[in-house]
Design a protein around this ligand. Structure first.
Ligand code: NDP
Length: 331
């Protein structure tokens, strides 16, 4: 740990997990939950996904302290139907449930060709590429989505109804890391808007509207109003699909229901996650042909290569976080 002149704290990557584990345990997490969540935060920081790394710690800690989230959760798996793995998150943060479900879900998908995990009674505050990548590393194609609290209006509307509702997809590759994309249904993630508000940056045009429904690039006004779905009505339909899969289908709360129940302590609301795993069968070689054609084009890259390029630099140089965030985590 080193204090910088710019008001930032420099951390080596090796310092991230001990810092997080200690803080989570003091807020009431047992070892298993603290380890799983700290690995998730460490991976976010290691890959430059700062809006889902240490930045989220005050929220994680607040929900442990308020008693909303169970720091001693023991996620339970059961086969409710042959192709469905039901996972009760036991009111805890999602990363431990992801660790427990990855191998059994991949195994089920390989046996049957396809399998779904219905993760309920959980609190998801992280980036979804981690769980789909975990599954691709087990050799299956994976797709996951989760809802949150209302942030996006339906197409044509001005009042938040859908969460920012991310969808993540991973394709396994032989001899290479999986090809992964992970994107919010919003023009940008709410965490990025919060960081822009904190740092005093304007948002790109088209990112959101104020509480009266007028377009604005001021992140504080967007936080009071609504973010917009990417691609207009097309993104709005994807956000709606996420509500239906990650809430209605698996028996969890829709974003607007989650907001009604939430205690607004700064952490995530209770919700669910839909995770699909598919055996790629003989599709891997064909996919390599596509990836090769993409990379043949000057200026094109695969999704996830940007994140992995950041990783190389971060592993060498470590990270910087605002001093006040560091103080909150330590205190
Ligand atoms: P981005 O718009 O930053 O990136 C979306 C995807 O596009 C990434 O997979 C990215 O890969 C890829 N990509 C970006 N540029 C290119 C390019 N030039 N060529 C090919 N692929 C590209 O992400 P979002 O802002 O939409 O989402 C941010 C995160 O927020 C996600 O991880 C999501 O899971 C998380 N989130 C979590 C929520 C929750 O409730 N838990 C709610 C909402 C969002 P790469 O990383 O390599 O650049």
């Amino acid at each position: 740990m080193k204090e910088m002149e710019n008001g930032q704290i420099h951390l080596e990557l090796a310092e991230v997990k001990p810092l997080v584990v200690d803080s989570l345990k003091r807020a009431g997490c047992n070892g298993e939950n603290a380890d799983a969540l700290s690995e998730c935060i460490f991976q976010a920081e290691r890959h430059g996904a700062h809006s889902h790394g240490l930045f989220r710690m005050p929220g994680y800690l607040a929900s442990l302290r308020s008693g909303k989230v169970n720091g001693n959760a023991g996620p339970r798996l059961s086969n409710s139907k042959p192709a469905v793995l039901s996972v009760d998150g036991d009111g805890g943060y999602a990363p431990l449930a992801h660790q427990r479900l990855a191998k059994p879900l991949a195994e089920l998908a390989k046996q049957q060709g396809i399998a779904m995990a219905a993760l309920t009674n959980t609190f998801h505050f992280a980036a979804l590429w981690q769980e789909v990548e975990m599954l691709a590393n087990e050799g299956v194609v994976a797709l996951a989505c989760t809802a949150f609290k209302p942030a996006l209006p339906p197409a044509g509307g001005t009042k938040p109804l859908y969460g920012t509702n991310p969808v993540a997809f991973a394709w396994p590759r032989e001899g290479a890391e999986p090809c992964v994309f992970d994107q919010a249904s919003a023009v940008m993630a709410r965490g990025e808007v919060m960081i822009a508000a904190r740092e005093g940056h304007q948002l790109p045009a088209g990112a959101g509207i104020d509480a009266q429904g007028n377009p604005t690039t001021d992140p504080n006004e967007v936080l009071k109003g609504a973010l917009l779905p990417f691609g207009g009505y097309k993104g709005a339909s994807i956000a709606m699909m996420v509500e239906l899969l990650a809430a209605s289908l698996i028996g969890e709360q829709l974003s607007f229901e989650a907001a009604e129940q939430d205690n607004n302590d700064g952490g995530p609301p209770r919700g669910g996650e839909f995770i699909l795993a598919i055996d790629p069968a003989n599709g891997l070689a064909s996919a390599e042909g596509l990836f090769g054609k993409i990379l043949d084009q000057e200026g094109a890259r695969l999704p996830s290569d940007g994140r992995r390029a950041k990783r190389e630099k971060i592993v060498r140089e470590g990270i910087q976080i605002p001093a006040d965030l560091y103080e909150k985590i330590v205190a």
